[in-house]
Write a protein that binds this ligand. Structure first.
Ligand SMILES: Cc1cc2nc3c(=O)[nH]c(=O)nc-3n(C[C@H](O)[C@H](O)[C@H](O)COP(=O)(O)OP(=O)(O)OC[C@H]3O[C@@H](n4cnc5c(N)ncnc54)[C@H](O)[C@@H]3O)c2cc1C
Length: 432
């Protein structure tokens, strides 16, 4: 595939505004690229002294892959892995129907070549570097070691941010992309910002291929499969990354179950917890040397300051539960929607209407995704998948399959979403 072929500044505004972006993570950099391709100036302020991201894996679903591809991000040096299959299994490893990629081709619009839009898996630092490279190519200024401590709302049509060292920067629009722990949100929206616990403990594990034993696991890595196991209230998603040199695993376990089973943390507790599950999964966990553990949280959506001079994108706006692997793809959609709408902005006076439309589009999309995540979570809670051995706990396999078939149908509308097309249609029916 010719990555970057679509990276034109189509719909670009000929009256540039200056967008100040707080946070140089995946969302902030993606937003900077889409704003710049829309013909505007973008400056990114990142508090870390250098580009940084946790050394784990991340997936873009086709709705996110579509945007990276459009912006010209991805290619041999990004070392993303193209997923060839995505299987969803019960705890014993029985596939719950054909792989998700089969549905993907039906769901992606016929005009597009769905083969070129598979899920991509990345090593997060590689994706950050690729976004940064592309940002530099399109003329974005990224300032590192630049922590934003204050915002000033509109004054004389301008807005501004202040850095830790009291340096002031003026622009036309502030975009907040400072992540789940956003400190900026309450300064701007006066709404509570505390992320709430989901009741799940999350583990992120990276397995080095050199530690992998057994032909089955090596074949899994070489076949570039993503595999999700779901049941007994728990969820595991695994994929190879960095040209199949590593496996990335995401594990979610209800907090109360984990406490009942074991008291120790890390790999031994996971080995114990999953000992009755699919042997392939057990062998993956055995090959792990450590597990990064945290409490999974979610954050109620919030997208715009009261005076419209500032909007929120990415995890600062809407932190999702990870069940549908949509976190990053939704963040990229925020960036694409904003870029498309700003491409229609010819004067600063149109910004309040543009940001109001952005809010409407993204709130509706995030709500639909949130509802779907709730459905998935409820299914997970009420499903044993026939793994645990108490007879009463067994569930007929057909019921189990039926529940997850509903999820497969949802995957079609999730993956076929084109953020630019949707924003364009919304603009055409409600132009500003
Ligand atoms: C370990 C992990 C694995 C994940 N795996 C997946 C996955 O497989 N699939 C998926 O879809 N999603 C995944 N997600 C979710 C997805 O990665 C996140 O949705 C995405 O990284 C959020 O990006 P962000 O830029 O909004 O926030 P962040 O990545 O948190 O970036 C925020 C940035 O803002 C900076 N910042 C904060 N405050 C300030 C300030 N005052 N001034 C300047 N800079 C500031 C921070 O230093 C940081 O660089 C994962 C998340 C994590 C943490």
């Amino acid at each position: 595939m010719c990555v970057g072929a679509m990276a034109t500044a189509e719909g670009a505004s000929d009256s540039p505004i200056h967008v100040l972006i707080v946070g140089g993570g995946l969302s902030g950099l993606a937003t900077a690229i889409s704003v710049s391709l829309a013909g505007h100036k973008a400056t990114v302020f990142e508090q870390s002294p250098a580009p940084f991201d946790a050394g784990s894996g991340v997936v873009t679903c086709p709705n996110g892959t579509r945007l990276l591809s459009r912006w010209g991000v991805g290619g041999p040096d990004t070392r993303q892995t193209f997923a060839a299959r995505w299987d969803v299994c019960d705890p014993r490893g029985t596939a719950l129907g054909p792989d998700l990629m089969t549905g993907h081709c039906e769901g992606v619009k016929a005009a597009e070549n769905c083969e070129s839009l598979p899920p991509w898996t990345f090593y997060r630092p590689h994706l950050i570097q690729a976004l940064l490279r592309r940002a530099e190519e399109v003329g974005i200024t990224a300032r590192f070691g630049a922590r934003v401590t204050r915002f000033n709302g509109l004054a004389d049509g301008k807005t501004s941010v202040m850095l830790e060292d009291n340096e002031m920067h003026h622009g036309d629009l502030v975009v907040v992309a400072d992540g789940t722990g956003s400190k900026s949100r309450h300064l701007l929206t006066h709404n509570p910002v505390n992320p709430t616990a989901t009741g799940y403990i999350a583990y992120r594990i990276t397995v080095d291929r050199t530690r992998v034993r057994g032909p089955e696991l090596l074949a899994f890595m070489d076949n570039l499969c993503i595999r999700t196991w779901a049941g007994n209230g728990s969820y595991v998603s695994v994929y190879p990354m960095r040209n199949a040199g590593f496996l990335s695993m995401m594990v979610l376990i209800p907090q109360d179950q984990l406490q009942q089973v074991v008291s120790i943390n890390g790999v031994p507790s996971l080995q114990h917890y999953f000992k009755d599950w699919d042997p392939l999964l057990s062998s993956m966990i055995r090959a792990a040397s450590n597990a990064n553990k945290w409490t999974a949280v979610h954050l109620l959506p919030e997208r715009r300051s009261e005076d419209g001079s500032c909007i929120l994108v990415g995890d600062a706006a809407n932190t999702m539960w990870p069940f549908l692997s949509q976190g990053l793809s939704l963040d990229l959609e925020d960036a694409g929607t904003l870029g498309c709408l700003l491409g229609h902005v010819r004067s600063r006076s149109q910004l309040p209407a543009a940001t109001a439309l952005y809010t409407r589009i993204r709130d509706a999309r995030a709500q639909r995704m949130r509802d779907e995540t709730d459905v998935f979570e409820r299914q997970l809670q009420t499903t044993t998948g026939g793994c645990r051995n108490s007879e009463e706990g067994f569930e007929a396999e057909t019921d189990f399959r039926h529940k997850f078939e509903t999820g497969r149908m949802a995957q079609s509308w999730m993956w076929s979403y084109d953020a630019y097309a949707e924003a364009e249609a919304a603009f055409n029916s409600d132009p500003f």
